[in-house]
Design a protein around this ligand. Sequence first.
Ligand SMILES: Cc1cc2nc3c(=O)[nH]c(=O)nc-3n(C[C@H](O)[C@H](O)[C@H](O)COP(=O)(O)OP(=O)(O)OC[C@H]3O[C@@H](n4cnc5c(N)ncnc54)[C@H](O)[C@@H]3O)c2cc1C
Length: 476
Amino acid sequence: MHRPQWDDVSNPRARIAIIGGGPGGYEAALVAAQLGAEVTIVERDGLGGACVLTDCVPSKTLIATSGMMAALAGAPGLGLRITTGGNAAALLDAPRLYARVRSLARAQSGDVAARLSAEGVKVIAGTATLAGPRTVVTGDTRLDADAVLISTGAEPRVLPGAEPDGERILTWRQLYDLTELPPELIVVGSGVTGAEFASAYQALGSQVTLVSSRHRVLPHEDADAAMLVEDVFRRRGMTVLGQSRAQSVSRTADGVTVTLSDGRTVRGTHCLMTVGMMPSTTGLGLAEAGIDVDERGFVRVDKVSRTSAPGVYAAGDCTGVLMLASVAAMQGRIAMWHALGEAVTPLRLSNVAATIFTEPEIATVGVAETAVTSGAVPDAVVVKLPLATNARAKMQGFRDGFVKLIARRSSGTVLGGVIVAPRASELILAVSLAVERQLGVDHLAQTFAVYPSLTGSVTEAARKLMQPAEDADWGD
Ligand SMILES: Cc1cc2nc3c(=O)[nH]c(=O)nc-3n(C[C@H](O)[C@H](O)[C@H](O)COP(=O)(O)OP(=O)(O)OC[C@H]3O[C@@H](n4cnc5c(N)ncnc54)[C@H](O)[C@@H]3O)c2cc1C
């Protein structure tokens, strides 16, 4: 155990000040309070942060409805008659959907507030700045702390020439104030956020055009998974423009025009900009407090969330380490364990499970296939099993999906996996557990899976990996 960084015998309760009440900040606060510290969070917008109020929670709530719409679109194939004249969008009550999204987010924020209050965490509503490494100022209040955590999150990146106006040219944070479903939605950007919203709005009934500057959607994800999802997008009627860089977006009388860098134009009623995130770190007083940031403004941290200033930690999107709520929360907890002198395991990103909530979902964990093919991870094998032959998939009426497992060739240790399926986010846990606990393919293969189930394909893929290499049918 290392020593905490203060030594005030007159006050045995360490004072922790946290800027930002998103997952990075509030999960840290809970840990610090549990360890007996006196904790204050300063939050300017609402507890739960952008995660709960505008980003993760609202988008997944919207996707719960779009997932239902996608299921209904497949209903005739399962023997149901939908009486909307084939027009799925006729089922949608957009104002009610957006009202549900907003109220669920508020309720979730309220739950976070109640939990923090029950743990004795003090919350100040306001904007905070640093007046020195261990001093936080908000309004007339000055907080002198033994340790400070910066968890201020990030903001949608704005492309010059495509500034959002909140009516027709939108960031994802402005979608839920609309009163209608955008009839023709142009989504600029085909990373995770762009792909998720394109998928959701297509299912809800918008005519979607996805503008991607890269040769395929989701360029940083498993290639098989990304190509499958792109194929599904196209088959469902989405226009996907690859290698098309948006240069500007302008309003027309009744919609928007997106001008591409090669001069082509795309017209629609609304445009959603998903071109990345910028850290919310300007004006915080970081430089004055001796806290290093990178060239884009992200706070530099080490694997126990320390910044360059003693006693100052940072967690979450403002560090740009891996922009996931689960990672923000873990960085925040690690910061507090470290600051309060607890034993702490440095952040490990290799085993983070993540999901792209398109339809179907893409869930991944551990080593990626590209690391195997590039030679970065030697002595590894990959097996991919399509779900089209899985009995449960047939019963549920879907064909688009697969299970991919990656294992150490010599030892059989499970290194990673990809699942593409409806609710892949729920199915990946078995693979995550295997990766985390360094289980072998034999452990997975010998585990009972329910028949019929999609997880049966996970154990089947593991059985394939148990075959001697020369007999195995690697890949598809
Ligand atoms: C559309 C979308 C969908 C996503 N879906 C998922 C998902 O499904 N799963 C997942 O794991 N992740 C998801 N993410 C990522 C996830 O939302 C972020 O990783 C997470 O919000 C990061 O948490 P945070 O605490 O760092 O920041 P935030 O949640 O952004 O919270 C930071 C808070 O700090 C406050 N703040 C900023 N500056 C100050 C200041 N000076 N004073 C006081 N308060 C301040 C802000 O108001 C904000 O409330 C999604 C992101 C987006 C954009």
